[in-house]
Write a protein that binds this ligand. Sequence first.
Ligand code: ME8
Length: 503
Amino acid sequence: MEERKFYITTPIYYVNDRPHIGHAYTTIACDIMARFMRIDGAQVKFLTGTDEHGQKVEQSAAKNNTTPQEWADTNSQHFHDLLAALNITNDDFIRTTEERHKQGAQAFWKAIEKNGYIYKDSYSGWYSVRDEAYYQEAELIDGKAPTGADVEWVEEPSYFFKLSAFQDALLEFYEENPAFIAPEGRKNEVLSFVKGGLKDLSVSRTTFKWGIPVPGDEEHVMYVWLDALTNYITALGYPFKTDFWPASIHIVGKDILRFHAVYWPAFLMAAGVELPKRIFAHGWWTNEGQKISKSLGNVIDPFALAEEFGIDQVRYFLMREIPFGNDGDFSREKLIGRVNSELANNIGNLAQRVLSMINKNCGGVLKKNGFHEIDKKLLSFAFVHADKIRNEIVYHQHFSRALELIGQIASRANEYVDATEPWKLKKEDPERMETVLYTLAECLRRIGLLLQPFTPQAADKLLNQLAVAQEQRLFHMIGAGNALKPGTELPAPEGIFPRFEEE
Ligand code: ME8
């Protein structure tokens, strides 16, 4: 993943409903990755958007007494608004009802058809509108989909995609590209699904109209997943332009891994288009131990959450709380706990203490009079940790571990404050105090650089208070070569991570 061009995508979200915390989670993870790659010097393209066709959207529009297009417009806007509310730096937002997408999706269909992988027949079997997925009789549990969704019997003429022709090619591809599916545990699921035998996939519907017409046969609309998956290339301008393809990483929830790791690569092989480099399937959030669902009335509104706790705080909590890939549980108490102990007490308090001492005791000017061993140790701890953090993010998307390591740098710096007692040095040895405070400021600069992708507002504030110029904020500038210059005057300090007090 070390190419200088970096293309990252979120799933495109269904517009049958409003965004909730699960959608916010995936999008924030992608934003962190995109922001990190930018400060790492890559040329980044970050795509998100909305999935607007299919029976599910058509039915929810009808339930809300509106047309599918109006319903899509309203709900797509909510997903769009969420980006600003979470400080997301996407470069593009695709809607599958846009002309650029429809044309690209039809061109993709034609490419697959031309290569001989589409044929006409008829489908009879089970379909779940909630999952927008076909199920085999044998997969059903008590008459429902394995996801718990209702299924209905469908019988209609249909075009089929020759998925069965790709079983060996897929297995070979997984074998040759061990980093393709992550995390490791999920890979086995996919392998056993593919090894179990692939059946041809119905890829068109005739019993409703809300979709992209099949080229040359307007009685059919394309199966919503074939339509939706192509967004990753239609947004780039397929079939005319595919700059940035193949994607460096598609980040998705585990619920839709099969679509991304089996169907999507097979479609691409069939169309003669290169395959993405990596699919990361993250885990599932519950709310205070319960499945998040509208019928249970426990959906967490990400707008309200960011409003109450702060954007950085929500971003931090979601990334820190569960190792990326695992399932996890949301609770207010845990959020407040982490905000107060890890952000406010550890990092925020460190910045506050150091910057106000520099302000009060050094007239706001950085001074340095020769390092002691303990100073060098602290700075090299931060330097060595920075590399580990980069590895966790770039190669493993292990965001919680990266944050844990940033927290360790702050803890080390707090221990250093306790050991050096700069407030005592003020009278005893003012020159030594200056160097101690300089060392801490330099350590804070490193923490600030590392925090940028995760908590961009607080990191910006911190780096501003250290008078670090915008163009001095790249990852490779973390070392001594770009250290703070003695003699620099710092602006008046202000808090970066306030404590949250429950009313
Ligand atoms: O599946 N925990 O859209 P969708 C974690 N349109 N993540 C969650 C979550 C939860 N409780 N709930 C939702 C679709 N997500 C298709 C995708 S892509 C070509 C088409 C996140 O609106 C997670 O990323 O149902 C999941 O994969 C996605 O939202 C599903 O969003």
